[in-house]
Design a protein around this ligand. Structure first.
Ligand code: FEO
Length: 396
């Protein structure tokens, strides 16, 4: 359903209630998502971003509720990833005279995706395009989250359209932040930040400072996924500043996989050590937990403890992608430790320690290993290990 944000400015996007895996299968989207596109009418007709290609007919129907798609003068392609650019070919078939406005890197990525000789116009930070009485102002936002990413600001209505930044994979019946469950909204906004933006946290802080320094009034922040921030729109900017600072809580996450429960029993005993010291912790079995949700807990925690038995001289397979993501996301201000049971060669703990070091998560002490199943002395050693880590977690 088309929604008017301000007179003559419409949400013409699509709600995808059913999607549960995004970026191929890389990212879980338990609450679906939306692909937000915005139509600005007036002297010029401007479409800001499109939607994923399977929904192109719905986008065109939505636009048709407001105007004839052939009248589109300009399509702003803030980012080439196909959840936003996928319907460009369909739009450009309807409006072949339209100009496609892109960032300098967007010229490269949009061309590389579609191989079309559209009428491109490349814009840099600070460039403006007059569209009647109002203007569009562009701000390049490289690595938020692709090199081509760009923010578009609409003067007069004071709407910032920052594409993926400030988004959430969150399908809802309503369009605005003040109409939805706040707890769910922030759960999804945080999960989005952790899994997509964490590696670029330093750039997030710089870009926020740069945009705030422009002193543009902001009535709405309209991202390309999820709800539009209308009530106190800068609340999500403040939240991003907090998240990007990466100051984790004095709590721990213990992540493990297990074959015959030896490593699980070690995890529980380490958790008991944390509990004895009054330190909050979560224990997650990587084999049955959603990887993207586990990463949110890693983001929150100061101390990350990972365990696996040795399996084929390595760790159990469920942990390999998780360790890879921990390395790739580049979490800051954490400490780590490893544990695990083994029967024969026993490399698992060393492998986890190597991954933590590569992720620049310093090891607070040597990992703890247990041969065969943990006995009473082993479990007491795990509790002591937990107590020691808890002390360090509290100190920060
Ligand atoms: Fe929502 Fe980077 O695409």
């Amino acid at each position: 359903m088309v929604t008017e944000l301000k007179p003559g400015v419409y949400w013409v996007g699509v709600t995808d209630w059913g999607i549960r895996r995004f970026h191929g299968h890389e990212l879980s989207t338990h609450r679906g998502t939306t692909y937000n596109a915005y139509l600005i009418t007036g002297e010029k007709t401007v479409l800001v971003d499109t939607v994923w290609e399977p929904f192109q007919d719905q986008l065109i129907e939505n636009i048709r509720e407001i105007t004839d798609p052939a009248k589109i003068d300009m399509v702003i392609a803030n980012h080439a990833e196909t959840d936003h650019s996928g319907s460009l070919p369909a739009i450009m078939r309807s409006a072949p005279q339209a100009t496609v406005v892109v960032s300098p890197r967007g010229a490269e990525s949009i061309e590389g995706h579609y191989h079309q000789e559209w009428n491109f116009r490349s814009v840099k930070t600070g460039d403006k395009i007059k569209i009647g009485e109002n203007e569009l102002i562009f701000v390049e936002a490289p690595m938020l989250h692709w090199p081509d990413s760009m923010f578009t600001y609409l003067t007069g209505h004071n709407i910032l359209m920052p594409n993926d930044a400030f988004g959430q994979h969150y399908a809802t019946a309503f369009r605005f932040n003040d109409q939805v469950n706040e707890e769910e909204l922030y759960e999804e906004a945080l999960k989005y930040y952790v899994n997509i933006l964490t590696p670029f946290s330093a750039l997030v802080l710089k870009k926020i400072d740069e945009v705030l320094a422009l002193n543009l009034p902001v009535d709405m922040i309209a991202p390309s996924h999820g709800v539009i921030w209308r009530k106190d729109p800068l609340q999500i900017v403040r939240k991003y500043q907090k998240w990007a600072a990466q100051k984790p809580q004095p709590q721990a996450v213990i992540i493990y996989d297990t074959m015959w429960n030896g490593t699980r029993r070690m995890a529980d005993a380490i958790g008991d050590g944390f509990a004895e010291m009054g330190v909050e912790h979560k224990i997650l079995d990587a084999a049955v937990s959603d990887r993207n949700d586990v990463l949110v807990e890693v983001f929150r925690a100061r101390t990350v403890v990972i365990g696996s038995p040795t399996f084929n001289k390595r760790v159990l397979p469920s942990l390999a992608p998780l360790l890879g993501e921990i390395q790739g996301l580049g979490f800051k201000n954490k400490v780590g430790a490893a544990f695990g049971s083994y029967g024969w060669s026993g490399e698992g703990v060393k492998i986890i320690e190597g991954c933590l070091k590569e992720a620049k998560i310093p090891l607070v002490r040597e990992g703890i290993r247990c041969k065969w199943q943990p006995g009473g002395a082993d479990l007491e050693a795990c509790r002591a290990f937990g107590r020691e880590l808890a002390e360090l977690t509290k100190k920060g």
